[in-house]
Each structure stands twice: as C-alpha cells, then as structure tokens.
Design a protein around this ligand. Sequence first.
Ligand code: FAD
Ligand code: FMN
Length: 763
Amino acid sequence: MRVAVLGGGPAGLYFAISMKLRDPAHEITVLERNRPDDTFGWGVVLSDETLDNLAANDPVSAERIREHFAYWDDIAVVHKGTRTVSTGHGFCGIGRMRLLLLLQERARELGVRLEFQAEVDDPRRFMTDYDMVLAADGLNSKTRAAFAEIFKPDIDIRRNKFVWLGTHQKFDDAFTFIFEKTEHGWVWAHAYQFDPDTATFIVECSQATWDAFGFGEMTKEESIATCEAIFRDHLGGHRLMSNANHIRGSAWLNFPRVLCERWSHENLALMGDAAATAHFSIGSGTKLAVESAIALADFLHSEPTLREAFDKYEDARRTEVLKLQSAARNSMEWFEEVERYLDLDPVQFNYSLLTRSQRISHENLRLRDPAWLGSAEAWFQTQAGATANAARAPMFAPFRLRGLELKNRVVVSPMAQYKAVDGTPTDWHFVHYCERAKGGAGLLYIEMTCVSPEGRITPGCTGFYKPEHEAAWKRIVDFVHTETEAKICAQIGHSGPKGSTRVGWEEDNAPLPDGNWPVMAASDVPWSPRNQVPKPMDRSDMDMVRDQFVAAAEMAERCGFDMLELHYAHGYLVSSFISPLTNRRTDEYGGSLENRMRYPLEIFHAVRAVWPEEKPISVRISANDWAGDDGVTPAEAVEIARMLQGAGVDICDVSAGQTSLLARPVYGRMFQTPFSDRIRNETGMKTMAVGNIYEPDHVNSILMAGRADLVCLARPHLADPYWTLHAAAKLGDRGVTWPNPYLPGRDQLYRLAERQEQMTGKV
Ligand SMILES: Cc1cc2nc3c(=O)[nH]c(=O)nc-3n(C[C@H](O)[C@H](O)[C@H](O)COP(=O)(O)OP(=O)(O)OC[C@H]3O[C@@H](n4cnc5c(N)ncnc54)[C@H](O)[C@@H]3O)c2cc1C
Ligand SMILES: Cc1cc2nc3c(=O)[nH]c(=O)nc-3n(C[C@H](O)[C@H](O)[C@H](O)COP(=O)(O)O)c2cc1C
C-alpha cells in the first residue's frame, strides 16, 4: 500500500513505524513542515502502561525510548510556602525532541521516507496520489479544516493562558506544581525533569492575571523575564528558556479542546491532536497519539477494506479517547477554577489537586501512598474536632452545626414514600425511617413533608398540619433518638405547580385522574401542558403559605426533630419563585435575583424566628436549571447561596434540576457535586452534595477534597438501609455503632470482609 503521512509528530511517525513493522512492502512517506530537530515544547510524560504498549508493538523503539527516560514517583505541591510530597504516582518523561529523533531514526531504519520542510497545503492531492492518507498534522490541522463539514470539529478555546518553557533547574525528585501569589493574581507552574539537565516548566494563569501583567504586550523575552521573576525562589538562579522560535508572538497559548464527529473520509484518516486533544495537565496527548497509531495499523492489516479498518479504528479508539478527554476536562477545569481552592489548607489543596481528574480515587491514593493519605485523613479528623482514633476515613468524621452533632458525614437524602393517608405517616414510614436510622448514617432526612393539604405533591404525601401527623412523626423521632445515634431532619415544603399529581410509581408529575385540587405558584406557568395552570400567588396567598411553613416548623419542633430543611428546589412552590423559568412576575417578587429571592427569604426569616436557636436550618436548592442562561446557572446559584448565607441559613443542600421540562441535564457519577464545590469554595458556606453518589470512595473523596461538608445518598439507601454500616465493614472501620441485637451479624460481616481482602490480596 502507498501511504502518505501528513505531519511528523508522534502520531505520524509512530503510525509509519507500525505500518512498516506489519508489512515492510508498504511505501510510506512522512511529510513534515519543520526541520528534523526543529520542534516546539520540552518534555512529554508517558505512563508505564503506555511504555508497555509501545514495547509490545515495537520493542526496538520502546527500548531506545526507555533508555532516555527520566523516572519519578513523587508529586510535590508547593503552596502557601508549604511543599507537600506524595508518592507512588509512577511517571516517566522524555524530551519531545529526543522522542521525535528516536522515532525518525527508527522510521528510517524500517524504510519510511521522511520529507522535512514539506508544507502540506491541500490534502486532496495526496488522496488521489496515494492509497491511503494519514492526517497527523496536529492541533491546527489543515486537513481537519479542509474537510470540516465531514469531520465536524468542535473546538473549544479554553480560558487559561499557558506557555511551555524549559529550565536547567532540577526537578528530578518529583513532578512539581508551584503556586505563586503575585500582585496581579495567582500564577502556577507544572515542572518535570525530562533529561539529566533539563526540565519542562509550563507556566499558567487566568486571563485576568495575564492581562494584569500585560503579557499580551510583552515580547517573548520580556514574558520569560517576568516568569523568572515570579518563580525566582524556585529556580535556584537558573533561567527559563523558550524553544518555540518558529512560533510568532509571545508563545503564550490558550488550550484548544478538539473533538471531531468523524475521523475518516474516503481514504483519509485523522489521528492524534488533529482528531482530539487532551489537556496537557494529565499528560496524555502523546499516549493517545501513539496508541491510536498502533490501533489503526492493526486494523489496516486485519480488515479486508480501508472502510472497515477505519470504522473499527474509530469504534475502538473513540471510547478510549472520550474517557481520557473526560479526565482531561476535569483536570483542565480544576486548573481554570484553581483560584477557588487556593485558600484551602495545603493538605486539602494537595488532595484536591491529586484527585482533580477524578481518575484517582481515595482508595487508589491509599494504594499509592498510604502514609500520605493517612496523614491527610488524620488532618481531616482533627479539623473536624474528632478526639479519638484519627485514622478514620473522612466519611466517619463528626460534624457540628449549631448545637447539632453528627457522628459522621453520611446523610440519608429525603425521599418521598407516597404511603401517607391524609398526610399521616403510617407503619410504612415507621419501619422505613427507623430501619434507615439503624443503618449508621449520621443524619436521616424524612421526605418532603407538606405544610398544607394543597401543598402536597400527591395524595400519598406526608404533612405537618394535623394533630395526627404530629403524633405519628413523634413516634418515629422518639425511636430514632432512643435506639440509634442518628439525628433526624424534617424537610418541609409546598408542592406549588407540581402539586395534585399521581404517586411516583404510577406516573411522575401527571395530574390525578380525579379529585384534583387547585394549585398555585409564583406565576401562571404550568409544569407541563397536561398540568393545571397554577394561580399566581397574591400577597394574601403568600402570607398564608409563609404562616403554614411557620406552623409546620413549630410542629416539627414539638415532634423533636433535630434539624429543619426548607425545600426550595425541584420546581415546587418556593422554587417557582427562584427560577426565572417559572417566575414571570413583574412585582417586587419577580425579575432580578434579589426580587426572586425576596419571598423565599421571607419564609426563611419567619421560620428561623420560631425554630430553636441551637438547631440548624438548611435549604435545598436547584443549583442549575440545566437550561443555559435562561434559567438558574451554577454561577447564579453561588449568588443564591450567598443570600441564604447572609440570611443565616446554616448549610446549603445543593441539588439541581427538576424545575422545568426545558432542562437538559448532563448526568454522570457525582454529577451535581461541582455545584456544591463551587458554592462551598466561593462563598465559604457549608454545603451538602447529592446526586449519583454511591460508593464510599465517592463520599470520602468529596469530603477530603473540600467539595462538601456532608454527603447525601438517596437511592443507595433504598437499596440498602445499612449503607453506612456496610461501607464501614468494606473499609475495615470498626468505629461505627451497630444495634446490640445485631452484633453477631456485624462480627460475621467483618470476618467475611477480612477474608475477602486476604483472598484478593493473594490473587
Ligand atoms: C504545553 C503542552 C504540554 C504537553 N505535554 C504533554 C505531555 O506531557 N505528555 C503528552 O503525552 N503530551 C503532551 N502534550 C501534547 C502532545 O504534545 C500532543 O498531544 C502530541 O504531540 C500529539 O501528537 P501529534 O503527532 O498528533 O501532533 P504534533 O505533535 O503536534 O505533530 C504534528 C506535526 O505535524 C506537523 N504539521 C502540521 N501541519 C503541517 C502541514 N500543513 N504540513 C506539514 N506538516 C505539518 C507539525 O509540524 C508537527 O510536527 C503537550 C502539549 C502541550 C501544548
Ligand atoms: C423515590 C425518591 C423520592 C424523592 N423524594 C424527595 C423529596 O421528598 N425531597 C427531596 O428534596 N428530594 C427527593 N428526592 C431526591 C433525592 O433526595 C436525591 O436528591 C436524588 O435522588 C439524587 O440522589 P441519588 O442519586 O443518591 O438518588 C427523591 C428521590 C427519589 C429517588
């Protein structure tokens, strides 16, 4: 086969090598615009796993690469004058130039034709002259642009500025991140050794800081001198160097995140940065390039036609690339938001940095560096006020809010049971809640309990408006307090426009077949065309509902609840005031956020006035309407939280969505946690995270990274009332309290878990 390879970077060269290895009869020409040793950048990192893949494909080049590798195991983070080192991370670095020279040499040996200073302007010519064309022409691929309507590239220019520099200062003991506070804002460096006397030194900062420094008006030399001044204390008198001589301007870049809908067209395939980029902070661009090269070379030899080979290549590589891109996006966004975390304690900041891509979990960190994780856990327990046994996972740290003391950070999230009769909890509720209170969570919520019969969502919802309700709830609360260590929180709310609907397992949010009651809301915006058009509330409605909230809170207090939550989320009555999608009012309760928050805050103040001083109140919000700028955005949620915090709300329970059918949520593991993270770290308000959190590892990493103070799990507690006790057994934590009659069950479970651990260890 006659193959033209456009671009002689890692993707192009390694593809040429891989093709020749599979069939020396192929005629392969690599066209590269630069000279052989004229390359941008300094070092690149590869993992041991990638090296093994290279060795399996071509032991010769892998060995040569290995000979030139700098290895390091540690990551050092320099922040607030503290250098924190953790180990077990296993990286290796090589100079990009060295890598390319080795690959060029290997390609030549195998008979690949290398043409340098060969600029390719139009890929079409090669498509007719050759059997196959590989476009590996990098980030700014002209080929991708030439066939933009086929490949449909999506290019997102990210907001941070960075410049790829080098230095002779040694960073040979650790991959080092340095954060420096300057008069213009934070600037940080990613530094790693790649040969005996050179290290990569990538400098990054926000656009605002970059503008304030005036980097845009500086020459490259002035930029470098400024960076040298910023990092003087870390450079040991060494200079910073740029080798991007062929790049015009200052050499500062914004990272472009590239995705393409397709990677092939006729006899041409895209590869490497031309097809997809992964942010440099997880160092995977070269890995993607060379692993894709191996895959395509394989398929071109296993499949009968080019088309089938290309289809297989796209299928096989796309998932891998998306996985890495997702980790890279998390990491990139972490650096974009890093100023939010820079005030964290250095221990927590370091943890947050290490887990930023969400590829490294809490237990994974324990495997890498048990000593460091142990000290981080001890720090967490100490700052949480734990007195005994500091070596426990963060989920088992105590938490204090006003006079409320929780044994641990796990919360049974509120979940409507739809089993009440006229608002009265039944035996179902008694068994359901008491069982979960025995399950070890520090805090147990009851479902949204409604302040009036019209405020119910369904006829099966519980209430706080009749004496029978009080007696039934009190029986549950008394059991919880007498028999368990859990605390119990009453969530109170009013259904508003989503009221008078069928129970969840019949048809969520569908109007009742008969017996509907009138509903009201901020404005006459129905939940769906099938639902009633709610009555826009007038002032007397607002007074009435506010007073109902107060009466419900008073009842909750008489029942003995330890904490109260106001349900201001999910499209119910108060939520209908907060979201601009449902609030169309033109009076002082509509329009600006200040106006939309006026009534919600009024209710809070009225409730706070009757709720005992020593007991906390939380508010659940939908931190994202998932409807773009038309609805509440995560940024606006920060302002909402600030207003709640200013009013005296003790903790924000950060949920999202369910406010409008226009929502286009993006689901995933822990998908709402970023909103809690943002609120907590931008306002300093305490938060709870919720949403698709189901592993002990998730809970521990959220807490340890300072993304929330408490973690709510809903569905996992439907599947397993004893989720916390089981998590403790899994983690080998013996500090949790089991009910006395269940102790033999506990002992067996721990024995079995230990045996399992030993067996897994042996395998
Ligand atoms: C700051 C920074 C740090 C990075 N750090 C790492 C890291 O640590 N680890 C890692 O794995 N990756 C890293 N990368 C990414 C890595 O450099 C790329 O992902 C990788 O080089 C992609 O390989 P490629 O062959 O697809 O593209 P490139 O390496 O960009 O190669 C493309 C080649 O095509 C040539 N070319 C382009 N257009 C034409 C044309 N029209 N005609 C002829 N030739 C052309 C270019 O000159 C170039 O040689 C980093 C990137 C940046 C920006
Ligand atoms: C059956 C069910 C009922 C729910 N009822 C309520 C409720 O009464 N109040 C509330 O704020 N959230 C309610 N939710 C939402 C949960 O509290 C939680 O926010 C959501 O399920 C996401 O958490 P998860 O992924 O752990 O399930 C309910 C969820 C479920 C599954």
